[in-house]
Design a protein around this ligand. Structure first.
Ligand code: NDP
Length: 235
């Protein structure tokens, strides 16, 4: 295993926290961006909002000074603002796309400068089963998550020859604050439609992300890896 410098956005809670903890457990140098709170033990926490280009630039500069150039970037920070299309305002659409898709663009763009120089990089974008499956009330969210597939595939075509891979991880339903917002009835209905019959833990996503960043996944790029208990099969 080669120890890498890893950055996870939104590493203060939920899936991002679990991803950062997994990289620490595997012996990597790990930084997280957080708007509030802290990353797990053993990580460097830097303040940044992914909608703010200057804050992202400053976060990278701090990480480069303290841990070295970022070799693995996990664009995880994301939000939902679910509403039926007829009720969804342009602001509801814009803020979700600007955070989930725009935030990933800003972080990845800043990261690739050093990756190209090093002729090594691992880019992992946290999408969602909803990106390709769709979801009622999620026109904004699913658009932002589907966009990440095009982003990873374009990066792969642009930078694949420089030792850089770009992949998408598409979780299904994971036990975090995001799914805790759903009513008990909605959660029960979703569980019925998941072949595995349950939601996943954040660690089950984290282990797949860490594997994609490792030496064994060097020839995987432009892929969409589902971690969804079979929910999105075939899409
Ligand atoms: P949480 O709501 O638990 O955490 C979201 C994280 O993103 C927090 O760290 C939050 O920071 C951060 N974040 C949100 N907006 C910004 C911003 N503008 N700038 C910086 N950080 C921001 O979500 P999950 O852990 O559940 O989700 C993580 C990712 O996984 C998201 O991209 C989500 O879409 C995706 N996902 C989640 C699924 C699930 O079932 N939970 C399923 C499929 C995909 P703060 O604490 O400051 O708000």
């Amino acid at each position: 295993m080669t120890a890498r410098t890893v950055l996870v956005t939104g590493g203060n809670r939920g899936i991002g926290h679990a991803i950062a903890a997994e990289f620490v457990a595997q012996g990597h140098r790990v930084a997280v961006t957080a708007r509030s709170g802290e990353g797990p033990a053993g990580t460097l926490t830097v303040r940044a909002d992914v909608t703010d280009t200057a804050a992202i630039d400053a976060a990278f500069t701090e990480i480069e000074e303290k841990l070295g150039p970022v070799e693995v970037v996990v664009a995880n920070a994301g939000i939902t603002r679910d509403k039926l299309l007829m009720m969804m305002t342009e602001d509801d659409f814009d803020v979700v796309v600007d955070t989930n898709l725009g935030g990933s663009f800003r972080v990845v763009k800043r990261a690739t400068k050093a990756m190209m120089k090093a002729r090594f990089g691992r880019i992992i974008l946290i999408s969602s089963v909803v990106g390709l499956f769709g979801g009622p009330g999620q026109v904004n969210y699913s658009s932002s998550k589907a966009g990440l597939v095009g982003m990873a595939r374009s990066i792969t075509r642009e930078l694949g020859s420089r030792g850089i891979t770009a992949n998408v991880v598409a979780p299904g339903f994971i036990e975090t604050d995001m799914t805790a917002e759903l009513s008990d009835d909605t959660q029960a209905a979703y569980k019925k439609s998941i072949p595995a019959g349950r939601f996943a833990t954040p660690t089950e996503v984290a282990r797949v992300v860490a594997w994609l960043a490792g030496d064994d996944a060097a020839y995987i790029s432009g892929a969409v890896i589902p971690v969804d208990g079979g929910l999105g099969m075939g899409h």
